[in-house]
Design a protein around this ligand. Structure first.
Ligand code: 13P
Ligand code: SF4
Length: 307
């Protein structure tokens, strides 16, 4: 079967099963084409919640499907490829966070990036995504804040709110962390007119060289609004597909080191088909004793403004 026929088949099956297929921008282009909605992690959580469909096929990584399951206990959420995890989310555990909280004592708020396991969210006061991290941090009344698990996002947020004392966790995203200053500087020298757009999971030295730092959707919107012709894109390459489709005259440049998240790329059309055909698909479930406190942290985040 051709990929085009396969996309048709997946869309037809989703209609038959009355399912919602949602995909993160970092998934492969064929998955974007087959999905009902493509977005960043905040947009996907919101889309899952507002949908009236009872079955959600999530093309992304485990923590994203888990966040949808926290928000939608009445729906069945299936991760298209159950092997798609996030190494950054695996850099923190509930046990380690509980020990750190104990060490820090009272009066320290815990702000956790959604790229984390449900039981870590459950121990946190509030969550954030890269689209609202600064606004969420500002909304907290406490002065001392432990932000987990991404040290790069934490440093980026802390720089903008010097009045807070921000404590960090040593996690990072291997896909964004690996970009080297040297290759960025070479690209900038070759393309001095290019606008540099970076995701806050990149290292501080990279973010200092960027003209705009934002979430996946923030970067995509910036390109659409800008009258520049050239852009240096410092985030996962999946964003290039919608950028090129929606901005035909513009040029997108990327660093020599490929920014590819191997886990996001695991989600295929065949996985979506398998999930939709399975009469008893392996749903992502969060036990109620974890879901309820995790929901409180995620709902506080959803009530906060975007950056
Ligand atoms: P967004 O919040 O921009 O969707 O990013 C999620 C993510 O995993 C980035 O690596
Ligand atoms: Fe996790 Fe990085 Fe992949 Fe995002 S790009 S899902 S943070 S490994």
């Amino acid at each position: 079967m051709t990929q085009e026929l396969m996309k048709e088949r997946v869309r037809e099956l989703a209609r038959e099963k009355d399912a919602l297929v949602i995909a993160h921008y970092y998934c492969v282009p064929d998955v974007h084409d087959a999905a009902d909605f493509v977005g960043d992690s905040l947009g996907l959580s919101q889309e899952a919640r507002k949908s009236d469909k009872k079955l959600i096929v999530f093309c992304g990584v485990h923590f994203m499907a888990e966040t949808a399951a926290i928000l939608c206990p009445d729906k069945t959420v299936i991760l298209a490829n159950p092997d798609a995890g996030c190494p950054m989310a695996d850099m923190i555990t509930a046990e380690a966070l509980a020990a750190r909280k104990e060490e820090l004592g009272e009066g320290v708020a815990v702000l956790t990036y959604v790229n984390s396991p449900a039981n870590v969210k459950a121990l946190s006061d509030i969550c954030c995504t890269s689209a609202n991290a600064v606004a969420v941090m500002r909304s907290l009344p406490q002065r001392r804040i432990l932000m987990t698990p991404d040290k790069n996002l934490t440093a980026h947020v802390a720089r903008q709110i010097p009045e807070k004392e921000v404590l960090s966790w040593p996690g990072f995203c291997p896909t964004h962390h690996r970009i080297k200053e040297k290759e960025l500087m070479e690209l900038k020298d070759k393309h001095p007119e290019a606008l540099v757009l970076a995701h806050p999971e990149c290292r501080e030295k990279i973010l200092r060289e960027a003209h705009f730092v934002g979430s996946t959707s923030g970067i995509i919107n910036k390109v659409a609004q800008s009258d520049r012709e050239e852009f240096i894109v410092l985030t996962e390459e999946g964003v290039l597909y919608p950028m090129r489709k929606n901005n035909p005259g513009k040029v997108f440049l990327t660093p020599e080191t490929p920014m590819i998240c191997p886990n996001m790329k695991k989600n295929s059309l065949e996985d979506i088909e398998r999930a939709l055909l399975d009469p008893d698909p392996p749903a992502v479930r969060v036990p109620e004793e974890i879901r309820i406190p995790a929901l409180r942290a995620v709902e506080r985040m959803l009530a906060a403004p975007r950056d």
